[in-house]
Design a protein around this ligand. Structure first.
Ligand code: ADP
Ligand code: MG
Length: 257
Protein backbone atom coordinates (compact mmCIF):
# COMPACT_ATOMS: atom_id res chain seq x y z
CA UNK A 1 0.00 0.00 0.00
CA UNK A 2 1.48 3.33 -0.94
CA UNK A 3 1.04 6.34 1.31
CA UNK A 4 -0.68 9.36 -0.12
CA UNK A 5 2.00 11.91 -0.88
CA UNK A 6 1.32 15.60 -0.80
CA UNK A 7 3.32 17.74 -3.15
CA UNK A 8 4.41 20.65 -0.95
CA UNK A 9 4.63 22.84 -4.02
CA UNK A 10 0.98 22.40 -4.91
CA UNK A 11 -0.93 25.65 -4.55
CA UNK A 12 -2.98 24.64 -1.52
CA UNK A 13 -1.70 27.45 0.66
CA UNK A 14 -3.71 30.62 0.42
CA UNK A 15 -2.46 34.19 0.74
CA UNK A 16 -4.91 34.77 3.54
CA UNK A 17 -3.38 34.89 6.99
CA UNK A 18 -4.67 32.37 9.53
CA UNK A 19 -2.36 33.21 12.43
CA UNK A 20 -0.14 36.24 12.89
CA UNK A 21 2.31 36.38 15.78
CA UNK A 22 4.32 39.57 16.17
CA UNK A 23 7.12 40.22 18.65
CA UNK A 24 5.57 37.81 21.10
CA UNK A 25 7.23 37.06 24.43
CA UNK A 26 6.10 34.95 27.33
CA UNK A 27 7.40 34.40 30.82
CA UNK A 28 6.51 31.78 33.41
CA UNK A 29 7.22 33.94 36.47
CA UNK A 30 10.83 35.03 35.99
CA UNK A 31 11.53 32.37 33.33
CA UNK A 32 11.55 33.80 29.81
CA UNK A 33 10.01 30.86 27.94
CA UNK A 34 9.22 32.41 24.51
CA UNK A 35 11.49 35.07 23.01
CA UNK A 36 10.56 37.47 20.22
CA UNK A 37 8.39 35.07 18.27
CA UNK A 38 7.43 36.35 14.80
CA UNK A 39 5.41 33.93 12.76
CA UNK A 40 2.80 34.31 10.05
CA UNK A 41 0.83 31.23 9.08
CA UNK A 42 -1.35 31.25 5.97
CA UNK A 43 -4.58 29.36 5.48
CA UNK A 44 -3.97 25.81 4.34
CA UNK A 45 -0.41 25.65 5.67
CA UNK A 46 0.81 22.43 7.27
CA UNK A 47 3.44 23.40 9.78
CA UNK A 48 5.58 20.96 11.72
CA UNK A 49 7.25 22.35 14.84
CA UNK A 50 10.22 20.44 16.22
CA UNK A 51 12.99 21.08 18.70
CA UNK A 52 14.50 19.73 21.91
CA UNK A 53 12.40 19.01 24.95
CA UNK A 54 11.80 22.21 26.92
CA UNK A 55 12.34 24.50 23.93
CA UNK A 56 8.85 26.00 24.22
CA UNK A 57 6.95 24.13 21.49
CA UNK A 58 3.94 23.27 23.66
CA UNK A 59 3.89 26.74 25.18
CA UNK A 60 3.86 28.32 21.72
CA UNK A 61 0.92 26.33 20.44
CA UNK A 62 -0.95 26.67 23.75
CA UNK A 63 -0.64 30.45 23.35
CA UNK A 64 -2.39 30.19 19.98
CA UNK A 65 -5.66 29.06 21.57
CA UNK A 66 -4.91 30.92 24.78
CA UNK A 67 -4.49 27.97 27.05
CA UNK A 68 -1.54 30.17 28.03
CA UNK A 69 -1.38 33.96 27.93
CA UNK A 70 1.51 35.99 26.55
CA UNK A 71 2.98 39.10 28.11
CA UNK A 72 4.34 41.05 25.14
CA UNK A 73 3.65 41.34 21.44
CA UNK A 74 0.54 40.29 19.56
CA UNK A 75 -1.19 37.09 18.53
CA UNK A 76 -3.99 37.39 15.96
CA UNK A 77 -5.91 34.23 15.07
CA UNK A 78 -8.45 34.32 12.22
CA UNK A 79 -8.52 38.09 12.62
CA UNK A 80 -9.18 37.92 16.37
CA UNK A 81 -6.50 39.45 18.59
CA UNK A 82 -5.90 37.39 21.71
CA UNK A 83 -6.35 39.50 24.80
CA UNK A 84 -7.69 38.78 28.26
CA UNK A 85 -11.18 39.53 26.92
CA UNK A 86 -13.18 36.34 27.53
CA UNK A 87 -15.33 36.88 24.47
CA UNK A 88 -12.23 36.71 22.28
CA UNK A 89 -11.04 33.57 24.03
CA UNK A 90 -14.33 31.79 23.34
CA UNK A 91 -14.29 32.97 19.73
CA UNK A 92 -10.79 31.76 19.16
CA UNK A 93 -11.34 28.41 20.86
CA UNK A 94 -14.21 27.73 18.47
CA UNK A 95 -11.89 28.41 15.51
CA UNK A 96 -8.99 26.34 16.80
CA UNK A 97 -9.12 22.63 17.64
CA UNK A 98 -6.42 21.04 19.75
CA UNK A 99 -5.21 17.47 20.16
CA UNK A 100 -2.87 16.60 23.01
CA UNK A 101 -0.34 13.87 23.67
CA UNK A 102 -2.56 12.44 26.40
CA UNK A 103 -5.86 12.21 24.58
CA UNK A 104 -7.77 14.02 27.39
CA UNK A 105 -11.06 12.26 26.65
CA UNK A 106 -13.70 12.31 29.39
CA UNK A 107 -13.46 8.76 30.81
CA UNK A 108 -17.03 8.65 32.14
CA UNK A 109 -18.60 9.66 28.80
CA UNK A 110 -19.03 7.43 25.77
CA UNK A 111 -17.08 8.13 22.59
CA UNK A 112 -20.20 9.67 21.05
CA UNK A 113 -20.86 11.80 24.16
CA UNK A 114 -17.25 12.98 24.13
CA UNK A 115 -17.83 14.20 20.59
CA UNK A 116 -21.22 15.86 21.12
CA UNK A 117 -20.61 17.53 24.50
CA UNK A 118 -18.99 20.77 23.32
CA UNK A 119 -21.11 21.20 20.16
CA UNK A 120 -24.30 20.87 22.25
CA UNK A 121 -23.26 22.94 25.27
CA UNK A 122 -20.84 25.46 23.78
CA UNK A 123 -22.05 25.79 20.20
CA UNK A 124 -25.74 25.17 21.05
CA UNK A 125 -26.08 22.68 18.21
CA UNK A 126 -29.33 20.66 18.52
CA UNK A 127 -28.57 17.19 19.93
CA UNK A 128 -29.75 15.28 16.83
CA UNK A 129 -27.57 17.35 14.58
CA UNK A 130 -24.60 17.05 16.97
CA UNK A 131 -24.96 13.26 16.90
CA UNK A 132 -25.06 13.23 13.09
CA UNK A 133 -21.96 15.42 12.88
CA UNK A 134 -20.15 13.31 15.48
CA UNK A 135 -20.96 10.08 13.64
CA UNK A 136 -19.72 11.55 10.37
CA UNK A 137 -16.36 12.43 11.97
CA UNK A 138 -16.12 9.07 13.72
CA UNK A 139 -16.58 7.52 10.29
CA UNK A 140 -13.90 9.78 8.92
CA UNK A 141 -11.42 8.57 11.55
CA UNK A 142 -12.69 5.06 10.83
CA UNK A 143 -14.15 4.06 14.21
CA UNK A 144 -17.92 4.63 14.01
CA UNK A 145 -18.48 1.18 15.56
CA UNK A 146 -16.87 2.40 18.81
CA UNK A 147 -19.41 5.20 19.36
CA UNK A 148 -21.10 3.68 22.39
CA UNK A 149 -17.98 2.45 24.13
CA UNK A 150 -16.02 4.28 26.82
CA UNK A 151 -12.48 5.62 26.24
CA UNK A 152 -10.97 2.97 28.53
CA UNK A 153 -12.27 0.24 26.21
CA UNK A 154 -10.32 1.60 23.22
CA UNK A 155 -6.66 1.31 22.25
CA UNK A 156 -4.45 4.39 22.49
CA UNK A 157 -4.52 4.87 18.73
CA UNK A 158 -8.31 4.66 18.68
CA UNK A 159 -8.58 7.11 21.59
CA UNK A 160 -6.36 9.57 19.78
CA UNK A 161 -8.51 9.29 16.65
CA UNK A 162 -11.55 10.02 18.83
CA UNK A 163 -9.74 13.07 20.18
CA UNK A 164 -9.20 14.24 16.60
CA UNK A 165 -12.86 13.58 15.70
CA UNK A 166 -13.97 15.40 18.85
CA UNK A 167 -11.94 18.47 17.91
CA UNK A 168 -13.31 18.38 14.34
CA UNK A 169 -16.90 18.30 15.63
CA UNK A 170 -16.45 21.96 16.62
CA UNK A 171 -15.74 22.67 12.95
CA UNK A 172 -12.45 24.48 13.57
CA UNK A 173 -10.56 26.31 10.83
CA UNK A 174 -7.22 25.48 12.42
CA UNK A 175 -6.00 22.32 14.14
CA UNK A 176 -3.16 22.22 16.66
CA UNK A 177 -1.47 18.92 17.48
CA UNK A 178 0.91 18.60 20.42
CA UNK A 179 2.93 15.41 19.98
CA UNK A 180 -0.20 13.40 19.15
CA UNK A 181 1.69 10.14 18.63
CA UNK A 182 4.26 10.37 21.44
CA UNK A 183 2.19 8.39 23.93
CA UNK A 184 1.31 5.65 21.44
CA UNK A 185 2.75 2.20 20.89
CA UNK A 186 4.62 2.04 17.56
CA UNK A 187 1.96 -0.03 15.81
CA UNK A 188 -0.65 2.66 16.51
CA UNK A 189 1.32 5.64 15.32
CA UNK A 190 0.56 5.08 11.64
CA UNK A 191 -3.22 5.02 12.07
CA UNK A 192 -3.11 8.41 13.78
CA UNK A 193 -0.66 9.88 11.25
CA UNK A 194 -2.88 8.61 8.41
CA UNK A 195 -5.82 10.48 9.94
CA UNK A 196 -3.73 13.63 10.10
CA UNK A 197 -2.55 13.16 6.51
CA UNK A 198 -6.19 12.90 5.38
CA UNK A 199 -6.98 16.16 7.16
CA UNK A 200 -4.00 17.87 5.55
CA UNK A 201 -5.13 16.70 2.12
CA UNK A 202 -8.46 18.41 2.68
CA UNK A 203 -6.65 21.69 3.16
CA UNK A 204 -6.95 22.06 6.94
CA UNK A 205 -4.56 24.61 8.40
CA UNK A 206 -2.46 22.56 10.79
CA UNK A 207 0.33 23.12 13.26
CA UNK A 208 1.82 19.87 14.50
CA UNK A 209 4.44 19.56 17.18
CA UNK A 210 5.95 16.19 16.37
CA UNK A 211 9.21 14.34 16.03
CA UNK A 212 7.77 12.18 13.26
CA UNK A 213 10.11 13.44 10.59
CA UNK A 214 8.67 11.12 7.93
CA UNK A 215 5.34 12.87 8.50
CA UNK A 216 7.08 16.24 8.29
CA UNK A 217 8.67 15.37 4.94
CA UNK A 218 5.45 13.99 3.54
CA UNK A 219 2.91 16.51 4.79
CA UNK A 220 4.47 19.75 5.98
CA UNK A 221 4.96 22.68 3.67
CA UNK A 222 7.12 24.30 6.36
CA UNK A 223 9.18 22.95 9.23
CA UNK A 224 9.98 25.19 12.19
CA UNK A 225 12.84 24.43 14.57
CA UNK A 226 12.71 25.89 18.07
CA UNK A 227 15.42 25.99 20.71
CA UNK A 228 15.49 27.82 24.04
CA UNK A 229 12.26 29.68 23.42
CA UNK A 230 13.20 30.96 19.97
CA UNK A 231 12.40 30.07 16.40
CA UNK A 232 15.92 29.27 15.24
CA UNK A 233 15.19 28.18 11.69
CA UNK A 234 12.29 27.48 9.36
CA UNK A 235 12.18 26.16 5.84
CA UNK A 236 10.42 23.84 3.41
CA UNK A 237 11.04 20.22 4.49
CA UNK A 238 13.49 19.39 1.68
CA UNK A 239 15.76 22.31 2.51
CA UNK A 240 15.24 21.93 6.25
CA UNK A 241 16.38 18.31 6.32
CA UNK A 242 18.96 18.38 3.54
CA UNK A 243 20.60 21.72 4.24
CA UNK A 244 19.95 22.90 7.80
CA UNK A 245 21.50 26.31 8.29
CA UNK A 246 22.16 26.49 12.01
CA UNK A 247 24.45 24.33 14.15
CA UNK A 248 21.67 23.83 16.66
CA UNK A 249 19.37 22.45 13.95
CA UNK A 250 22.10 20.14 12.66
CA UNK A 251 22.78 18.86 16.18
CA UNK A 252 19.08 18.26 16.80
CA UNK A 253 18.60 16.43 13.50
CA UNK A 254 21.67 14.27 14.10
CA UNK A 255 20.13 13.17 17.39
CA UNK A 256 16.68 12.25 16.10
CA UNK A 257 17.21 11.00 12.54
P1 ADP B 1 8.42 21.69 24.90
O1 ADP B 1 6.99 21.48 24.56
O2 ADP B 1 9.25 22.19 23.77
O3 ADP B 1 9.06 20.48 25.54
P2 ADP B 1 7.36 23.48 26.92
O4 ADP B 1 6.68 24.58 26.18
O5 ADP B 1 6.52 22.43 27.52
O6 ADP B 1 8.50 22.84 25.99
O7 ADP B 1 8.22 24.09 28.08
C1 ADP B 1 9.18 25.11 27.85
C2 ADP B 1 9.85 25.47 29.17
O8 ADP B 1 8.89 26.06 30.03
C3 ADP B 1 10.41 24.28 29.93
O9 ADP B 1 11.61 24.69 30.54
C4 ADP B 1 9.36 23.97 30.96
O10 ADP B 1 9.93 23.40 32.10
C5 ADP B 1 8.80 25.35 31.25
N1 ADP B 1 7.37 25.30 31.63
C6 ADP B 1 6.39 24.71 30.92
N2 ADP B 1 5.20 24.92 31.52
C7 ADP B 1 5.44 25.65 32.63
C8 ADP B 1 4.62 26.18 33.67
N3 ADP B 1 3.29 26.00 33.67
N4 ADP B 1 5.23 26.88 34.66
C9 ADP B 1 6.57 27.08 34.65
N5 ADP B 1 7.40 26.60 33.70
C10 ADP B 1 6.85 25.90 32.69
MG1 MG C 1 5.80 19.79 24.67
Amino acid sequence: MSDPVIDPSRPAVSEEVAIDILGMNKWYGAFHVLRDINLTIYKGERIVVCGPSGSGKSTLIRCINRLEDHQAGRIVVEGIELTSDLKHIDQVRSEVGMVFQQFNLFPHLTILENCTLAPIWVRKVPRREAVDIAMSYLEKVRIPEQANKYPGQLSGGQQQRVAIARALCMRPNIMLFDEPTSALDPEMIKEVLDTMIALAEEGMTMICVTHEMGFARQVANRVIFMDQGQIVEQNAPEAFFNAPRSDRTRLFLSQIL
